[in-house]
Write a new protein. Structure first.
Lengths: 420, 506
């Protein structure tokens, strides 16, 4: 309630013309994610959806001043892996578009085509400081799960920022199962799919299909094999990771990203040498399966030390609790990762991975995704006071906060259904 | 005329413990040959503890923890406080100056550190759904029928689950292991100490009561009515069927209890008659045969234990309206719900939970994975806490979440404060130790830092509500079970031996 009141004030201030207005967020501790580092008692000026200046210069005349004394000012968080907007209730199939096990289309599926910006998880995620997310479906059968997209959390109908940004696939135990029962089968599947896509369209002239892929699927994979779009592969076991890295020699044009990489620390030097970024869940420390026996809380910090580009997210919890990514980063720090590395792993690193260099940073010209926090953004007792997306202050309200406000006090004369 | 030799109940129980079976009367060796005396038929009674705890505390030193910030688990905070541990018990809490202790006692400097009661997780499936989660390890749901009150979680606990040691690193000193939520009645839960052992018995919390897992809502009707592609399966298909299934079982339990109560009353009367009826000359009428005991039914034994107030009900229930139905159900059959688990909508009826003395064992922020979890809010725990007689508990239901229940409490606390519910960190610690201990029936033994209680204690590297804080030392009954800085005190379970990552930081 307190949060929404504060924002109501700032939104009212912006109401006449948010875009034409200059906003100065003053007096806060600024995390720039640039070589400016952290600026104490600094001011961020934004106008027309962009950052105009970051530093300790005076507030421009005529600017709407937002006092952030004692607060932290950071770029909006960027979820490196999410499924918000793809599922309203995970257990109810009609509301859940994460995967399509009954479809012959897989690589050619596009998360952007399923995305619904009105889903409740969007606002729930936004008010915890996330302004952008990479969203993608899950392979329904076979190895590929289609294209991921970049969205913002404004909830607006035009909140898809970039379509077809990466392709997702799986190897390891899951991939082996999907390919017929062994890792050898999944590897053969992957190579054959790559060859089909490379051969398209010439190889598809005689009959309608490749060795493995239909025409449509081959078309979808073409940008991946040509290295125009990265392939994100969920893989956890150290030996499976090394196997995947051999693709760098066979297909030098392809760009790879590792999702999960729970045993990544065991082959951290090889991953670093291959210049392949990883998206890890730093809290994966249980041997949930035989492919992650070497799971450790220090995976993220060891990868960071080896020079690997590390983003942080949880491939297993993505539809509703993308907001947990903040807690994942905090625990990476508790287990040896640098604060700077962990914060970048949930902001500027994912932005850069998906080609969004103007996001995840506070510098002149950057897109003005700005969060004002009441404390260290990696402390679980901190939370955002305000979230700006492209310079626009957003409502700090979700279906959850409305339910909360309705039930904070039940000693009222009318039933709760009359209270909104 | 028959003569009976009385055998004491204590002797019966001893016999039962030895055999684990129904007690049988011993023959009387001392009977006079001239007057044959038949052994007195014993009352049929069953050993309530046939799988007893064999837990033995680890070797422990006496120790004084000094200069620390202490959360006593009762809601109090002591700055620059001390905790004295002797012979596995807490003997003093407060200011060091006021304590008497043996000379040369080992001391631990708590400067900059926090001391709390060990965290108690009231909802865990460690051991019954262990890591790795392979098909061979799926031992937490006996899905053979909607009522399986006869199964006991302890019979499936694999003590080599690596999850136990991960939980140790998170400051967990005790937990309740529950069967899953497939069934209306899932079976008995068991309370264990978080110590490495070769057997489940070696972990069992001595003197803790048994518990009964029940489940509301979507799970039972999905697993049975619509389960496994068997549609049409078997009841329950609906929430109506859920309640009907509960009522049917409680009615059977009521009748079973009535039979046993009658049998015991009849046996009392018969026994009294036998003792008082001195044989008279010419009188052939003795006390007659003793009453026949009812047939034993393991399912109804557990439910009767609830009706007798010996077994605590732990009811998985998400929706507020369903919790209200279950409260009425409990009143209809005369038992008490000790805690609702998950209770994603507990905030809607926090007043009712308080008024009925029912705890809410809750997540900080899980929601949305199914319809009955749709209305989850982040202030659920603080709202339940602030209700009159409110009893909020942070629970995990998760092998990962159990490792950081202090962080879950931190999230809930912060959101409560932001919503205007003022709760101190020290008060919030009651969610992690006192309240779960209460709802598990072990508050007289652990859950707070008070003289006389078990020294189940955690020393944290800093404020346990900070993301960056880790458990440095964990004590169970005064013994160090976990030391973050000493690999020799970081247990490695059998499963992990010889595997990649053995003995690594976990």
């Amino acid at each position: 309630m307190i949060r929404s009141l504060l924002l109501a004030a700032s939104i009212a201030a912006l109401a006449p013309s948010a875009l034409a207005q200059t906003i100065a967020i003053t007096g806060g501790k600024i995390v720039t994610n640039t070589n400016q580092g952290i600026i104490e008692n600094g001011t961020v000026v934004i106008r027309d959806g962009r950052v105009v200046s970051v530093g300790t210069a005076a507030t421009p005349d005529g600017a709407t001043v937002i006092d952030a004394a004692g607060k932290w000012i950071t770029p909006g968080l960027f979820a490196a892996f999410s499924r918000i907007g793809l599922s309203e209730l995970d257990s109810e199939d009609p509301t859940n578009d994460v995967s399509a096990s009954g479809s012959d289309f897989q690589a050619s599926l596009r998360a952007a085509d399923s995305f619904n910006p009105s889903q409740t998880a969007i606002a729930v995620t936004r008010i915890e400081g996330f302004t952008r997310a990479a969203i993608v479906g899950s392979p329904g059968k076979g190895l590929f799960g289609g294209y991921g997209a970049i969205i913002d959390t404004s909830g607006d109908f035009d909140s898809i920022n970039a379509r077809d940004t990466f392709m997702i696939a799986r190897l390891g135990e899951s991939g082996a199962g999907a390919a017929g029962g062994s890792r050898a089968a999944s590897w053969q599947w992957l190579l054959t799919a790559i060859d089909d896509a490379k051969a398209y369209p010439r190889g598809f002239e005689d009959d309608n299909e490749g060795d493995l892929l239909s025409r449509k699927e081959a078309v979808a994979l073409k940008p991946v094999v040509e290295g125009r779009v990265p392939l994100m592969v969920e893989v956890h076991n150290a030996s499976d990771i090394l196997q995947l890295l051999t693709l760098r020699q066979r297909e030098p044009r392809m760009k790879l990203m590792l999702l999960g990489a729970t045993e990544g620390w065991r082959v951290a030097d090889q991953v670093a040498a291959a210049n392949v970024p990883v998206i890890v869940n730093p809290l994966s420390n249980l041997p949930n399966s035989f492919e992650v026996l070497a799971a450790t809380l220090e995976n993220a910090s060891r990868l960071e030390k080896a020079g690997v580009t590390v983003a942080i997210a949880d491939p297993g919890e993505a539809t509703h609790n993308t907001r947990f990514i903040q807690q994942l980063a905090a625990n990476a720090v508790a287990n040896g990762m640098t604060w700077d590395g962990a914060f970048k792993a949930i902001s500027s690193v994912p932005a850069a991975l998906y080609g969004q260099a103007d996001l995840g940073v506070l510098r002149q010209g950057a897109i003005a995704d700005v969060v004002i926090w009441d404390g260290d953004p990696l402390e679980l007792m901190s939370s955002p006071d305000a979230v700006y997306i492209a310079g626009v202050a957003t409502e700090m309200e979700s279906r959850q906060t409305k339910l909360r406000d309705r039930y904070l006090n039940v000693d009222e004369p009318l039933p709760q259904a009359y209270e909104r | 005329m028959k003569r009976w030799k009385l055998i004491s109940l204590a002797a019966l129980m001893a016999a039962a413990c030895a055999t684990g079976a129904e007690t049988t009367p011993a023959t009387d060796q001392a009977a006079s040959p001239s007057e044959p005396v038949k052994a007195m038929p014993a009352r049929v009674a069953y050993n309530p503890d046939p799988y007893p705890s064999t837990y033995k505390p680890l070797p422990a030193d006496n120790v004084l923890i000094r200069n620390a910030t202490v959360f006593d688990g009762l809601g109090g905070e002591i700055k620059g406080g001390a905790v004295l541990i002797q012979d596995g018990k807490i003997t003093a809490v407060g200011s060091e100056a006021s304590m008497t202790m043996p000379a040369g006692i080992r001391t631990i400097d708590g400067t900059g550190r926090f001391v709390t009661p060990g965290i108690i997780d009231i909802h865990s499936h460690l051991g019954v759904y262990p890591s790795p989660g392979i098909s061979a390890h799926q031992d937490g749901n006996e899905v053979s029928g909607p009522v399986t009150a006869e199964v006991w979680a302890e019979h499936a606990i694999w003590p080599h689950d690596p999850g136990f040691t991960r939980a140790m690193a998170g400051g967990i000193t005790a937990m309740q292991i529950l069967p899953g939520s497939a069934n209306l009645f899932g079976g008995r839960g068991v309370i264990i100490k978080n110590v490495p052992a070769r057997t489940a018995q070696g972990m069992k919390f001595p003197g803790a009561p048994y518990t009964l897992k029940m489940a509301c809502g979507e799970n039972p009707k999905r697993v049975y009515g619509y389960g496994g592609g068997r549609f049409p399966g078997s009841a329950p298909f609906s929430r109506m069927g859920n309640i009907a299934g509960y009522r049917d079982a409680w009615q059977r339990a009521t009748e079973y209890k009535r039979k046993w109560d009658k049998y015991n009353a009849d046996f009392d009367a018969w026994e009294k008659k036998t003792k008082s009826s001195a044989p008279k000359a010419g009188d052939d009428k003795g006390p007659g045969d003793p009453p026949n005991a009812p047939d034993r039914n393991f399912e109804l034994d557990t439910l009767m234990g609830v009706l007798n107030g010996e077994i605590l009900v732990q009811h998985h229930c998400y929706r507020a309206d369903e919790m209200a139905q279950v409260i009425d159900l409990s009143k209809e059959f005369g038992y008490k719900v000790t805690a609702f688990h998950h209770g994603v909508e507990a905030y809607k009826i926090a007043d009712m939970l308080g008024a009925n003395g029912i705890c809410g064992a809750l997540w900080a922020d899980w929601w949305g994975f199914k319809a009955e979890a749709y209305d989850g809010i982040r202030e659920n725990i603080p709202i339940v806490h602030k209700a009159q007689n409110g009893c909020a508990i942070v629970h995990s239901d998760d092998a990962n979440g159990i490792q950081r229940l202090n962080q879950e409490a931190a999230k809930a606390l912060a959101d409560g404060i932001k919503a205007g519910i003022n709760i101190s960190k020290a008060e919030a610690w009651t969610w992690l130790s006192r309240n779960p201990a209460k709802a598990m029936g072990i508050l007289d033994k652990t859950g707070t830092l008070e003289a006389g209680k078990a020294a189940d204690v955690v020393i944290w590297s800093g404020d346990p509500f900070s993301s960056y804080t880790r458990a440095d030392l964990v004590f169970v009954d005064g013994a160090i079970t976990w030391d973050r800085n000493d690999p020799a005190r970081r247990p490695v379970v059998d499963f992990e031996l010889g595997q990649p990552g053995e003995g690594d930081v976990k």
